[in-house]
Design a protein around this ligand. Structure first.
Ligand code: ASP
Length: 314
């Protein structure tokens, strides 16, 4: 792959996002995404690798209580914070992931440590926390990750007896970052607290390579958001990458047709961001809205909540 312009995309979750109709709330999301994209731009422009940049952007989104990942994560039906995250390096097809881990401020950094360690791909719950301790990563008090808004959101979900997608509640969602660096390498990261009111021990698509996250220099870097079960059952991210590999589609065509398949085959609810091997950016969702932002081929920074709707299949 030749060197050239970099591309970067991030997302802050899919859903109804009714809160985005409130001007002040929408402004806060856009400002958060803009700031992170600008910091990511500086890094990629000075030659930082895609893998490091997606880790950095994902960790910043995790730190922002606006989003459903680490600080400000959605709560399980027992009120606990169980975090899922993954990171993938498209140059080596290397991945690291954690699921249902507790008391970790930046699960994407723990996922990166697993990737670098190289022995395993996915560690869960206490085993993941033990690995974090071995790596010298501080455990944090779970209370420090919980916001009053998440407690209220859980109370509402429990009253309705429903597991809810974060953005179908008045609060933002799961996060992800994908990048192509100047050397043509791709990387992807996804991080979430899962769905509000989920059963403890439930794991969604976010930490599963091929479902909620995927990167391969030959095809694309992808991060998904939505009902994790739908993205697991459709092996969404790998399905999208395969459309590029086998059908020669670009990011937009592959994302559109993968979402059509998700929607028509299983009524799947959610969206994704993708950057292909040529640095072309695409965003789409079967939900009304998805918070996202992008820099294509080193161009202007853009953010949006309404990616192009998924057209019906021909
Ligand atoms: N996909 C995430 C999950 O199912 C939720 C989300 O994207 O908001 O855990």
């Amino acid at each position: 792959m030749t060197s050239g312009a970099f591309s970067l995309m991030i997302h802050g979750g899919a859903g109804e996002l009714r809160e985005a109709q409130d001007a002040a709330a929408a402004e806060a999301y856009h400002a958060a995404l803009q700031g992170i994209l600008e910091a990511g731009r500086e890094r990629l422009a000075r030659g930082e690798r895609a893998l490091d940049t997606v880790e950095y952007c994902a960790a910043r989104l995790e730190d922002d209580a606006l989003f459903n990942a680490a600080t400000g994560a959605a709560l399980t039906r027992e009120g606990s914070v169980e975090l899922d995250a993954a990171i993938m390096d498209g140059a080596a097809l290397a991945a690291g992931a954690v699921a249902a881990v507790r008391g970790i401020a930046n699960p994407v950094r723990l996922a990166r440590a697993i990737l670098e360690d190289g022995e395993h791909v996915l560690l869960v719950a206490d085993g993941a926390a033990a690995f974090a301790r071995e790596m010298g990563m501080a455990q944090v008090d779970e209370e420090s990750l919980i916001t009053p808004q998440r407690r209220e959101q859980l109370e509402r979900a429990l009253r309705r007896g429903r597991v809810t997608l974060d953005h179908d509640e008045p609060a933002p969602g799961t996060i992800g970052a994908v990048a192509r660096d100047r050397y043509g390498h791709l990387a992807a990261a996804t991080s979430t607290g899962g769905m509000t009111g989920q059963r403890p021990g439930r794991v969604g698509d976010s930490p599963i390579p091929g479902a909620g996250v995927y990167a391969d220099d030959a095809t694309a870097a992808i991060s998904a958001t939505g009902h994790g079960e739908d993205f697991l059952r459709s092996v969404f991210a790998k399905d999208l990458a395969d459309r590029i590999r086998h059908l020669g589609l670009d990011a937009r065509e592959a994302l559109t047709t993968s979402l059509q398949h998700l929607h028509e085959r299983i009524g799947g609810y959610g969206g994704a961001i993708a950057i292909d091997h040529a640095g072309r950016c695409a965003a789409g969702t079967t939900t009304p809205r998805m918070l996202h932002g992008w820099i294509e081929h080193g161009g202007p920074t853009r953010t949006g909540v309404e990616p192009p709707p998924v057209p019906p299949a021909p």
